[in-house]
Design a protein around this ligand. Structure first.
Ligand code: HEM
Length: 374
């Protein structure tokens, strides 16, 4: 069936397409980092919170409490850095992104209350975690499920926006605004790839936290660096297979382009696979390394380019799919340099502020100093 893509608005693009594209990649990368700490960190902290092992109870409780204190800041960063790519996606791909959002309208609108609910839960744990007692576990389960649900809805929307050929059929199903994209073969591998990736990135963030605290809390630091490195390795190893599943689930013509038809896409894919395997290998080596500090930095050094390649590959996939569907950016450009300059200034300010907050949190001493075991 010929894809039906809504016509472009009769408005000029506010900046050249290459600049909007670059800003989308940059801001999505920042969103990815913060969102991974939120989502993967919630999963990881829940796993440690629910663990019944008694031998490592104290360092585990210290790490879980530190994560609870950091979560509101991470959510603020994920939301702030989420708004920016949302703007650029809407300018560049609004015609498919708005349509996919409308087809799942109720679910899409539900993202806002779900994030608010999870954010409130994060504040509850951060400021009232001690007094909640065993109920803190229920709150932590709720927060994790909510963040995983938000990610689920994002994946549904993003994957639907890449299937313009299904738009008409889905809207003919009654226009309920309740249709998720679960039948898409790429949905589950993409969602799982995001989830395992988030756990890997959050694990490395936990290892870095241990590294920063190694002089002040040596027992906690050595525990978290060991455990986080293990989790990083496991999540990355699983993701190599999930990534392959994601690749093979692509429509045949896209797969052909990715593995040979398009040089840039092929290069990114090859780099992505190489970096992915190297990241898993580094994690294995780090497990046996004598110098945990160097091993952690080595993992950071390999993870960063891996993430950058993955973000570019994700974008390349979108470009290939939409080009195949006949999508083109409007040629009418009337740059608004003033608002763009203000945006650039505020972006630098936001990055600096959040980096400062994250550093202060990692180095700071908890008020009261007490640690909850719940
Ligand atoms: C805090 C909870 C959040 C979580 C767990 C989360 C998770 C995700 C995930 C997993 C994706 C990737 C989907 C995919 O490619 O399959 C994504 C993409 C995206 N998120 Fe978030 N997100 C959150 C909050 C937000 C908020 C509040 C905004 C905006 C206000 C936002 C804006 C975006 C945008 C625009 C994309 C897609 C960018 C693109 O397609 O290039 N996110 N998010």
């Amino acid at each position: 069936m010929t894809p039906v893509i809504p016509l472009a608005d009769p408005l000029p693009q506010p900046a050249p397409a290459w600049l909007l594209w670059a800003l989308l990649q940059l801001t999505f990368f920042l969103h990815l980092l913060a969102m991974n700490v939120v989502l993967g960190g919630s999963i990881l902290a829940l796993h440690w919170r629910l663990s019944r092992r008694t031998d490592s109870a104290t360092p585990r409780a210290e790490v879980v409490a530190a994560f609870a204190r950091a979560l509101p800041v991470a959510v603020a960063a994920a939301v702030t850095f989420g708004v920016a790519p949302l703007l650029f996606v809407q300018v560049l791909y609004g015609r498919v992104f708005f349509t996919s959002s409308i087809l799942m309208a109720w679910w899409w609108l539900a993202v806002v209350p779900l994030v608010i609910l999870a954010y409130s839960g994060a504040y509850l744990l951060a400021f009232r975690g001690e007094s909640l007692g065993p109920r803190a576990r229920h709150v932590a389960v709720g927060i994790t499920v909510l963040f995983a649900a938000v990610a689920f809805l994002y994946t549904s929307n993003v994957t639907r926006s890449l299937r313009p050929e299904t738009f008409v059929d889905v809207s003919r199903q009654g226009g309920t605004g309740l249709v998720l994209n679960l039948g898409d073969p790429t949905f589950w591998p993409r969602y799982l790839h995001m989830l395992f990736g988030a756990v890997a990135v959050a694990s490395l963030a936990a290892a870095l936290f241990g590294l920063i605290r190694r002089r002040r809390q040596p027992e906690m630091a050595s525990w978290v660096m060991r455990k986080a490195t293990l989790m990083f390795g496991v999540a990355t190893a699983v993701n190599i297979f999930v990534g392959m599943w994601f690749l093979l689930a692509q429509p045949k013509e896209i797969l052909i382009r990715l593995v040979g038809g398009d040089t840039w896409a092929m290069t990114l894919l090859a780099l992505g696979i190489l970096f992915g395997i190297a990241t898993g290998g580094f994690a294995l080596l780090a497990l046996g390394a004598k110098n945990a500090v160097r091993a952690t930095w080595a993992q950071v050094a390999i993870l960063l380019p891996t993430l950058i390649v993955m973000v570019l590959l994700r974008d390349q996939l979108r470009q290939l799919v939409l080009k195949g569907a006949g999508f083109e950016h409007p040629g009418w450009v009337d740059p608004q340099w003033g608002p763009l300059a203000i945006f650039a200034l505020l972006l630098v300010g936001a990055i600096a502020t959040i980096a400062w907050m994250a550093r202060a949190l990692a180095r700071g001493v908890p008020a009261g100093g007490a640690v909850s075991r719940h």
